[in-house]
Write a protein that binds this ligand. Sequence first.
Ligand code: ADP
Ligand code: GLC
Length: 491
Amino acid sequence: MSENHAGNHPVRVAFVGSECYPFIKTGGLGDVMYALPRALLRENCEVRVLMPYYACIPEKFKNNMSFRGSFMMDLTQDGRSFFVGIMETEMDGVIYDFIENRDFFDWGNPYTGLWEDIPKYCFFSKASLAVLNYLDWTPDVIHCHDWQAGLVPVYLRTEFATTPVGKAKSILTIHNLRFQGICSVDHLKYWTGLPDYLFDYSVFLIANNEANMFKGGLAYCDRITTVSATYAQEIQTDFYGEKLNGHLWYHRAKLSGIVNGIDVDLWNSRTDKLLPAVYSEEDVLEKKPQNKEALQARLGLFKDSSKFVLGLISRLTDQKGLDLINTVFSKMMNANTQVVILGTGDARYENAFRYYESVYPGQVCAYIKYDESLAHQIYAGADALLVPSLFEPCGLTQLIAMRYGTVPVVRETGGLKDTVEPYNEYTGEGNGFTFDYYNADLLLDAVERCRKVYREKKDNWNAIVKRDMEKDVSWEHSARQYMDLYRELAQ
Ligand code: ADP
Ligand code: GLC
């Protein structure tokens, strides 16, 4: 690895997380696990990504992996040993090590239910450290992501403290505090084999006989980061803290927010092979209508580029503010509006959107699937993208939308607040439409304000579109902030 920062040695970082695009992705965590390591390579960093070898990883990726070795590892309280296999591949300078074990990773998509996921990620966290030792690759920093890697900082300072990897520091990044890995104390004790003193209120314990994997990791890691400055503040409050706000407040000296970016090569309207018509900020006004009509044709909507097309690309869960949309859906519709929904999740939302599709044929499309290529076409073909979340640690869809000249309509929470500047009708500044309180009428008002500018103030609208496309949503700045943190810890 070259030394592009005079005199600085490359920092070695191991990423540990449960998903990573293109191998497996269910949401934004998969995007970050892909894009951030690549951005770090450009900052004089050596990166290895450790993740499970799920059966559901497509064969085309498995066929490119090579076997790096295997060993047996003790895991449970009663000393059961489990097989740990290592499959490896390299992509553009990042090394990916997949941890194989058929007892844990042979089913699920990749998640199943907590009862099975807890043993799965106990195994994964411990095996990650064992693999680093086995490969004789000692990182300066182990960068752990979400509760699934939450035990890494705990194992690192206990069972692995006197092994080579014990020299590393750890960062635990909160991508979503809603999911924490909660189970009975007995279950966690059994699957981790960790000593009794850790099952205390300062580490794993949250109630009588209830343990929380994320809580333990947050206590034991050297630094906690989350994916926007606003979310870092929000999670110290009752409303957003998911019952860990007291714990996070206690550990606030080591907590900070670093906003996510997106991979601007993967999300690039100038080169995107999935688009009917590629475009830049120079010709967006001419090419977006072409993408819009192609999208309308693909989805069976009335083909008319003058319609205002509102997109939603989301996991369909209560986090995403879908109750607000549901409350005002009919009021949001008019003859010149079309709505395109791409998402999967809770049946009640899937069915609600299917219902609206049946009520507004040719005007509403509810595409209840996970589909990367359609996502690209919606980002390019829609005029605006809705993200009215109840909470949003960062949110990537508004960043991708902006990059594609699609105007975000968001609630001012978490990363949405930090990345979307509200349009000011007096000065014409800003790059999206926002509302503050979690209230359906405020969402409706934001959509109406957005639509009004689209219809009645074309010059202002076109200026917003161009500003969105020019906004820096890359990882560059945030990757440097992570580098500063890694260097500080590596000293
Ligand atoms: P979260 O991680 O909470 O789901 P983010 O906004 O951070 O939300 O990231 C969501 C990512 O998943 C984006 O890359 C988005 O394009 C993608 N995505 C979500 N739902 C779908 C879907 N049904 N089909 C394709 N991509 C999707
Ligand atoms: C989580 C959050 C989302 C964030 C993503 C990546 O899934 O819900 O807001 O963008 O992680 O950090």
